[in-house]
Design a protein around this ligand. Sequence first.
Ligand code: ADP
Ligand code: MG
Length: 574
Amino acid sequence: MSETIEFQAEARQLLQLMIHSIYSDKDVFLRELISNGSDALDKLRMESYRDKDLGVDTSDLHIELRTDAENRTFTISDNGIGMSRDDVVSLIGTIAKSGTAETLAKLREAQGSGEEVSEETRAELIGQFGIGFYSSFMVADKVEMTTRRAGTESGVHWESTGEGTYELAEVPDAPQGTSITVHLKAEDAEDSLHDYADPTVVKRIVKRYSDFITWPILLNPGAPEAVEGAEEDDSEDEETQDSSLEPINSRKALWARPRSEVSDEEYAEFYRHVSHDWQEPLETMRFTGEGTFEYQALLFLPAHAPMDLYMRDAKRGVQLYVKRVFVMEDCEALVPEYLRFVKGVVDAQDLSLNVSREILQQDRQIQLIRKRLVKRVLQTITSMRSEDAEKYTTFWSECGRAVKEGLLTDQENTQAILEASTFASTHDPEKLTTLAEYVERMPEGQESIYYVTGESRASVENSPHIEAFRAKGYEVLLLTDQVDEVWVGMVPAFGSGDDAKPFASISQGDVDLGDDAEKPEGYEDLLTWMTTTLADDVSEVRLSTRLTTSPACLVGEVGGIPPQLEQMMRSMGQ
Ligand code: ADP
Ligand code: MG
């Protein structure tokens, strides 16, 4: 009753990437499988809160790891939520992440151009996808999985060599949860540090990558330490394995441990778990709230924009825990949309475990945490700029556009967002500027922060409007993100009180460059621009009262009118 199904095209491509990658750190497959097991246990517990009739025993939720040196397998089992047949087909057989198509197009391009896909490209793609479950194919010839969804009768067996298709079969008596057996590649047996059929290897890796997982991770014990004179008794060892699984992770919540005791690497691994990112976090933030409403927060900024950051259905929010117990993934109530790249955990002391998303939106204390979180994140971005400019530049080029969205939605923090932001400007062709730096450079007499918006730096930089400002020694911000068009119309000024500097567009006629005050208002912009643009042909363009119906005329001894000018004047005449 087994059937063969093809992987979706995208999934097939990713699997190929994985199988043929010489990704240096194969150990991470273990981290990915444990992370999935932990997620599955979290989900089961949440589900059991929501659905009192689920009828599942949640008193002994854990992850089991078993090594089998003889058969060269590694097995990981969890008694978590499990998957239905449809789940398996859609979650394991396809890649549903938004942004997949775009990213894979890059790969196809590289392949289409006939060149060998470089290992960097592979690593970059893998890094972007965070190819969780598929990473098992880095170490496996074949992967088998048996799973049964909590609350359903029958389970399913899945099996694949990763080469295009997988086999599915029904398993009537499967235990609830998921069990994955990795048939290890023969070649890794020779590498004693990466032989995943060796429990000491597995234990070391779990300690390194997954120690903080709050569920128990149990492992069969290793062969007795190679003490001198110790005799070999393999057979007995194997018999006792089942009954003597030992817990190997310390299960301590990172955010509850003293800061000085947590290493950067531990933070990085925890970040990978909560974000499903493969890379290290750019910045780690920890803070606590005390008094009537106690909470702890451990938050991260990513080193690259999540693939879905600029898509409509982007995920957002941090994990919510209540007294060390996982309550909710992607808690939106804690994070405004414009900070949707922030990942991490908030652990609150005084919430109910089965609190709903709707209730959270209204909860005053959640709102207070959110306020604090926003301030802290903006502060961190701002100080990152002065403390580590390179880091900031990375961050800003990846997530800056999202941050600026806050200028449309978060009035309360407008100034903090402006302070955290940097902009391209005519001052420096390479470097972005802060608004404070801009203001610092403003010459005597300049009252506004001038800007121009447009599609690209090249197009706005060549805008004739800018020339006049250059000539005046006025710097102009070059705003080329879509969001810029909108916020400049909403945010009146940078700074507050007497020091507030209004924003002024150079291409809208309301800019006063401070020329002759007696002339009719509203034309200075145009005149200055025309003068500069026509500098080779005319010495001055000025307003005239002599003309009635003609829009313009040439005065004095000037040569012929250039055709462009003629055309332009015609198009301007009413
Ligand atoms: P990610 O964890 O980033 O979503 P993975 O490739 O690691 O991506 O897993 C894909 C999906 O398969 C998971 O989101 C989950 O829904 C499902 N899954 C994987 N492993 C398990 C498991 N042990 N139990 C239940 N579901 C699982
Ligand atoms: Mg995963």
